[in-house]
Design a protein around this ligand. Structure first.
Ligand SMILES: [Mn+2]
Length: 305
């Protein structure tokens, strides 16, 4: 066969794998999507078993926005390097993001520490997805928000991380001690001694760590002179209002898709909200169930008439 035999018909008949052009789970048509001005998601950790890919696919299939920020740790390069794990659903997510950009959503990807290999491409554009080290977002009501992943503050948090480690060490020690003490108590015929005090100590340490992180990030935003900050990294969705030199500074964390499954959204008027996707799905299913029930009720009423 010469090259001239390679007509377009021959090329068209070549068996191309369908996964190249279409996702495993087909994308539903886009008319019924909830429209937002902006969507922020982060800490998806594609390439790990922890990623709740099906929930994220549901989120992507039922929402749309003018702008979308991918606020880091979208792909977990650290884990992928150790062990390759890439199910079809993870491909479907990448496919959907590229498709979204093609449909006209402005997508800004700010790599985090787990996908830092993409930071070298800062300023470039892949399939309509802009790669940035950080970004500034102007809300519809005129607030300026700094958008970054948030690992930038790890060095500042180091002393506090030691505190958290200490808490952990203390907890493990107390557990061991608790076991020993209770063996002795049991031998002496005495009842079990509660662990709750030690557990509370550990929880208190984690809460203090998160609280301190939020404070440090908000202060950095305040020093930059912006109205607020959007970040991810610590897998804890949160809104807090801080005061910095007599001005209000907003702290928004868009959460993660490993534990919480949250997204941060901005409505057309600039109002912002943290969505918990499992809750949103439940509300949608409940609404659907009551709609079906109401229809059945109507049918019965008609039958009776
Ligand atoms: Mn991170």
């Amino acid at each position: 066969m010469t090259t001239s035999d390679l007509t377009s018909a021959t090329i068209a008949s070549l068996p191309l794998p369908s996964s190249v052009t279409e996702p495993r789970t087909p994308e539903p048509d886009g008319n019924a999507r909830r429209k937002f001005r902006t969507i922020w998601i982060s800490d998806v950790h594609l390439g790990t078993k922890g990623c709740n890919a099906d929930l994220l696919i549901d989120f992507l299939d039922t929402t749309d926005s003018e702008t979308m920020y991918l606020v880091g740790d979208i792909i977990d390069g650290w884990r992928l390097k150790k062990k390759f794990y890439w199910p079809a659903a993870h491909n479907d997510i990448v496919w959907r993001l590229l498709k979204r950009a093609k449909r006209g959503t402005r997508i800004v990807y700010i790599p985090g520490n787990h996908d830092e290999m993409f930071r070298q491409f800062t300023g470039l554009n892949f399939g309509g997805i802009e790669i940035r080290r950080a970004a500034f977002h102007d809300t519809a009501d005129g607030r300026r928000l700094m958008v970054l992943h948030g690992d930038e503050f790890d060095a500042v948090m180091l002393s506090h991380r030691w505190l958290a480690f200490l808490g952990d060490w203390a907890y493990v020690s107390v557990m061991k001690l608790n076991h020993l003490v209770n063996s002795v108590r049991k031998a002496m015929g005495k009842p079990y001694w509660s662990l709750s005090k030690a557990a509370k100590h550990k929880v208190k340490n984690a809460v203090e760590f998160i609280s301190k992180y939020e404070e440090i990030v908000a202060r950095a935003a305040g020093e930059r002179g912006v109205d607020g900050v959007v970040c991810g990294h610590i897998h804890t969705a949160e809104f807090r209002a801080f005061e910095h030199q007599g001005r209000q500074v907003e702290y928004w964390n868009d959460g993660d898709w490993v534990e919480g499954c949250n997204a941060l959204v901005e409505y057309e008027d600039g109002r912002m909200e943290i969505l918990n996707w499992p809750e949103e799905m439940k509300q949608r299913e409940d609404a659907e169930a009551s709609r079906v029930l109401a229809e059945k009720g109507d049918d019965r009423a008609q039958e009776a008439a």
